[in-house]
Design a protein around this ligand. Structure first.
Ligand code: KIV
Length: 307
């Protein structure tokens, strides 16, 4: 028999909540930042377990979980409900929520009020708004009101119609330059990070050295500081169109449909529930119940004969 003590594995350090300075340090150290969308309690818990750095309650949830044809119709109340549910499933990742279309464009006051609702009612750590141009002033106003902001340039789905549809952006020198200028203006306005969506990898690589804040890419190639994917695209749950950059790591929709069909078959064949899914009762109690039911039946029979 061995007398040596069993080797104890060192305790796994507890993950600390991801903060804005921690993200900046990650960029500094060249460590990739992992971001994913989530829209509810279970998807947030899965993101937590996977150890992602940033969870985005994207307005993509309008399409992936609410079934709208685009991100445009989703209301602030719907997004707040998704954000609050996501918050309840998270401990460590930074929680960012998208300000939906029509809730920040009108004025700085509107933008601040909407952003503050996401912090107070949804439990978000930060908000994301789309676009350069007038969104830059909105971003600055929200930051100055005390809510951290993430920018979003390139393909901005809320204004996809104006961009000519869901297509890659910045594909001419002039448009790529405009995109770089938007990103720099957003940085100047105080955003803590920017999403680059659907732009040529080479354009992202040219713009990256100009920015000191973290850039998270989706369809923007490998040069960005981090990557983001939509939960339902990544896991193969969404049945709508998936863009070319949406790498699928699982096919859960097929697996879910298979499981539900199996359940339906078992119910119809009366194979479910089995004894292990049912509760038992003491045989003596069951006998007493039977006697009571029989006595009641006799009494009901006698009553109806007398009428
Ligand atoms: O709504 C969303 O999911 C997004 C990501 C694509 C960045 O904005």
């Amino acid at each position: 028999m061995s007398t040596t003590a069993p080797i104890q594995s060192p305790p796994v350090p507890e993950r600390l909540p991801v903060t804005l300075p921690a993200l900046a340090e990650r960029k500094e150290r060249g460590e990739a930042i992992v971001m994913v969308t989530a829209y509810d309690y279970p998807s947030a818990q899965v993101a937590e377990e996977a150890g992602v750095d940033i969870v985005l309650v994207g307005d993509s949830g309008a399409m992936t979980v609410l079934g709208y044809p685009s991100t445009v119709p989703v209301s602030i109340e719907e997004m707040l409900m998704l954000t609050a549910a996501t918050r309840r499933g998270l401990r460590t990742p930074l929680l960012v929520a998208d300000l939906p279309f029509g809730t920040y464009e009108q004025s700085d006051e509107q933008a601040i009020a909407s952003a503050q609702r996401f912090v107070k009612e949804g439990g978000a750590d930060a908000v994301k708004i789309e676009g350069g141009g007038r969104s830059v002033a909105r971003a600055q106003a929200i930051v100055e009101a005390g809510v951290p902001v993430m920018g979003h340039v390139g393909l901005t789905p809320q204004t996809a119609t104006a961009l000519g549809g869901y297509r890659a952006q910045g594909r001419t020198a002039q448009r790529a330059l405009a995109l770089a200028q938007d990103a720099l203006a957003l940085q100047q306005a105080g955003v803590f990070a920017i999403v680059f969506e659907a732009i040529p990898a080479a354009v992202a690589a040219e713009v990256m050295p100009l920015l000191r804040i973290p850039v998270i890419g989706i369809g923007a190639g490998p040069a960005t500081d981090g990557q983001v994917l939509v939960f339902h695209d990544l896991l193969g749950i969404y049945d709508g169109h998936a863009p070319r950059f949406a790498k699928r790591y699982a096919n859960l929709r097929a697996e879910m449909a298979r499981a539900l069909a199996c359940y339906a078959d078992e119910v119809r064949a009366r194979a479910f529930p089995a004894p292990e899914h049912s509760y038992s009762i003491d045989p003596g109690e069951l006998e007493a119940l039977r006697k009571e039911l029989a006595r009641g039946a006799d009494e009901r029979g006698a009553g109806s004969a007398a009428r």
